[in-house]
Ligand binder design. Structure first.
Ligand code: CA2
Length: 149
């Protein structure tokens, strides 16, 4: 079965506890449950992982090679700073979709730059939790079109 890694970066473990006006009221566990339910509907197996540490996120991307056919990544604030995460994504050659709960382009200028976008099929932002499900659909369409699923 096609397997996808849903990877969340720093501070996303705090979802649902603060700033609901920006990030919504769902907890990370709720987001991951919604991903699992949607994945089951579209015939994907998924693994969910969150880390506050850049190196752990890089390790997770390296470990995805040979295990997962796609990655859904919300790299949190590392999106705007991490060339290392971008390099990791490029090196494993696994199709990735970048997700953000908020519309990063409608926020502070420093959030408009994404290193992750340079290594991704595309970016989904501003649709809250639903963005993760849209990302799974986008990966499904891509993997089908390329004969990888
Ligand atoms: O909109 C997104 O999903 C972000 O990736 C969230 C990051 C932010 O740095 C990016 O620019 C956009 C921040 C995640 C922090 O999440 C919190 C959730 C609740 C309370 C505090 C932080």
């Amino acid at each position: 079965m096609t397997s996808v890694l849903v990877l969340n970066g720093p501070n996303l473990n705090l979802l649902g506890t603060r700033q609901p006006e920006v990030y919504g009221s769902a907890t990370l566990a709720m987001v991951e449950d919604a991903c699992r339910a949607h994945a089951a509907k579209i015939g994907f197996e998924i693994a969910c992982l969150q880390s506050n540490h850049e190196g752990a996120l890089i390790d997770a991307i390296h470990d995805a090679k040979g295990r997962h056919q796609g990655i859904v990544l919300n790299a949190g604030a590392y999106t705007h700073t991490s060339i290392a995460l971008m390099d990791a994504l490029i090196s494993v050659e696994i199709p990735a979709v970048e997700v953000h709960l908020s519309n990063i382009h409608a926020r502070e200028t420093f959030r408009h730059t994404s290193y992750i976008a340079k290594a991704s099929l595309g970016q989904i932002c501003g649709f809250g939790t639903q963005g993760y499900l849209l990302a799974l659909d986008a990966l499904a369409a891509h993997l089908k079109a390329t004969g990888a699923a």
